[in-house]
Design a protein around this ligand. Structure first.
Ligand code: AMP
Length: 222
């Protein structure tokens, strides 16, 4: 099964993708994570992408489509969760071609519906453990012991450089202008399922599970 998680920054795509990796053994393909790794490693792609990401704008279609192409095979047997890709019509076409070449298809495009103002608070408050990567939030999920990771006990934390309010607003605008318009493309193919991204993490997970397990529409907001 191959699925796309679609929604503005902070909608919960990464959280839900990670859960599907843990519970179903699917493979998360996050272009944001791939780009951050490239920036950290100082590769040519990373050098090109760094300033664009810090401004909250979109990296070129050619770069991200190539990244997905390089990582796609790893999900051949276990199924892919596309997280943060595609973000433009060009990328949607590139994905269709890449999957088609491998004889694979797309099963669901799951849109996380959210309220943008609440997202700014969600995003600007988030931070993670610098050692194990587990996520926290200034208001919603502080470590149980101050400045100590609940999972691994480390004392160092980090914030994404693009999680500040100004950049978040640009990222939202990019989503509205370039990513939301790909929804009709998938609607025409009957692939779009909607879930309430403002619900709790557990409830969103339940709604996504219902979609993947093909439970009756009543369990899912369509
Ligand atoms: P994310 O972690 O998905 O929020 O992505 C962080 C940043 O990486 C975005 O604001 C973009 O600058 C860049 N990025 C990630 N995925 C894509 C994509 N599919 N197309 C263009 N830029 C992307």
């Amino acid at each position: 099964m191959n699925i796309i998680l679609l929604g503005p920054p902070g909608a919960g795509k990464g959280t839900q993708a990670q859960r599907l990796v843990d519970t179903r053994g699917m493979v998360q393909l996050s272009t944001g994570d791939m780009l951050r790794a490239a920036v950290k490693a100082g590769t040519p792609v990373g050098l090109k992408a760094k300033a664009v990401m810090e401004a909250g704008e979109l990296v070129s279609d050619a770069i991200v489509s190539a990244l997905i192409g390089e990582h796609l095979d790893a999900s051949q047997d276990r199924g892919a969760i596309f997280d943060g890709f595609p973000r433009t019509k060009h990328q949607a076409a590139a994905l269709e071609m890449l999957l088609g070449e491998k004889g694979r298809t797309l099963d669901h495009v799951i849109e996380l519906e959210v309220d943008e103002e609440a997202l700014v608070e969600r995003i600007t408050g988030r931070f993670s453990c610098a050692n194990c990567g587990v996520g926290y939030h200034d208001r919603f999920k502080l470590p149980k012991v101050e400045k100590t990771c609940d999972v691994c006990g480390a004392h160092e934390f980090k914030r994404r450089p693009d999680d500040n309010e100004q950049t978040v607003r640009t990222r939202m605008a990019e989503y509205r202008a370039k990513t939301a318009p790909i929804l009709p493309y998938y609607e025409e193919r009957g692939l779009v399922r909607r879930v309430d991204g403002m619900a709790s993490v557990e409830e969103v997970a339940r709604q996504i599970d219902a979609i993947l397990d093909g439970l009756p529409a009543r369990a899912v907001r369509l």
